[in-house]
Design a binder for this molecule. Sequence first.
Ligand SMILES: Cc1cc2nc3c(=O)[nH]c(=O)nc-3n(C[C@H](O)[C@H](O)[C@H](O)COP(=O)(O)OP(=O)(O)OC[C@H]3O[C@@H](n4cnc5c(N)ncnc54)[C@H](O)[C@@H]3O)c2cc1C
Length: 415
Amino acid sequence: MARTDVMVLGAGIVGTSVALHLAKRGLSVALIDRDAPGEGTSYGNAGIIEGNTIFPQAFPSNWGTLLSIALKRSPIANYHLAFLPRVAPWLLAFRAASEPGRLLATSQAMRPLFARAVSEHEALAAESGAERYFRRTGWLKLYRSDRTFAGLARELELAKSLGIAYVPLDHDGVRALEPSLAPVFRHALHWPGAVSISNPLAVTQAYLARFTALGGVSLAGDAGTLHRINSHWRLDSASGPLDAGEAVIALGPWLPDVLEPLGIKLPLAVKRGYHRHYRGKGNASLARPVLDADNGYCITPMEQGIRLTTGAEFAARDAPPTPVQFDRLLPAARELFPLGEQAETRTWLGARPCFADSRPVIGRAPGQNGLWLACGHAHWGLTLGPATGRLIAEMMTGATPFCDPAPYAADRFIR
Ligand SMILES: Cc1cc2nc3c(=O)[nH]c(=O)nc-3n(C[C@H](O)[C@H](O)[C@H](O)COP(=O)(O)OP(=O)(O)OC[C@H]3O[C@@H](n4cnc5c(N)ncnc54)[C@H](O)[C@@H]3O)c2cc1C
């Protein structure tokens, strides 16, 4: 019977960062995944470490945008009609959380995590030899309509008061940074403090290698076999039973599969998202991620090509892929950047694990001794993985947490 201090379930960027932080503090740790580490949601994101994020994505307040989404014409979001009744309570909660006063409260609750996002990644990257994947060229956001840009006024005021740098650019300014972009936008902002990575999978794998170099064990196993035996937790891994005094669930969108059988129901939904890789036509290239805000997609230079990622799709997590958003956004994307042929034929689908209040759950699982949760990182799991790892490791080892973890407690959902 193998025994460790802690078992971490889920080897995405969040679970791997948690496991590494625990191992760095001298605990014996096993990291479990049923698939290859880093190949879940963490594989296919846009690669942006968004320490500059102030407000979370909000429910659209503009009737025109809502109508266009309802009519399935908008590139920003898609939905499966039959799924709407199931996700309706979550959507209503999301709309309530998008009220301006609550968005401000969320932004304040999340700031300590975002403020640490880049430095915590840089620390792990330095010790894991992953620095070569990191680009310190910021993030470029483009706005085609005056109305969308005008909607940023409050965010930009807050950025100034928080000392988060941004640089408004005209067409020449953008051309100087990204010569391959066409001037099809009316406004542009460069956020120089954002960092991006050229291969999210390779970064998770590098953190995993550092974890095993510190004595951590990476095992194949099904988290669904987790159960309590007296005062500890047992999991039936592919290498045999594994016992641990404490367990951390970091299963991203698969959280409910393991948590609900243990009697804990948290209101997690998913915003599905897709990517495809393209070659640039001729010498066209990019040096940083670019957001086309009015069309809800990002293009990011990756080792595999230019990664085009879509906005949200509301559908059951495991429903078959319906990548219709590409048809809606590709004309705009091709107008902005000379996308050539697809670099690989597949269309990747992932599921952002989201709570309606746009805060993750980091901390103890309610009513279950020795069980911890690190999940629900929505649009920012890559960004916040290492900061989450530090925070939960500090909580679990009795150290003073670097920020107040109360806003991320699962208890907020328990009445
Ligand atoms: C299109 C798109 C673009 C995005 N862009 C960005 C971005 O630019 N920046 C950013 O910060 N975030 C971005 N995100 C969000 C980010 O990718 C996620 O928040 C993050 O990957 C979640 O990480 P995780 O470790 O919680 O989950 P995952 O990476 O999904 O890890 C969960 C792991 O659990 C394992 N697992 C599941 N069930 C079981 C089981 N029963 N037993 C054992 N193992 C199991 C899975 O195999 C998986 O490896 C994007 C997401 C999408 C979809």
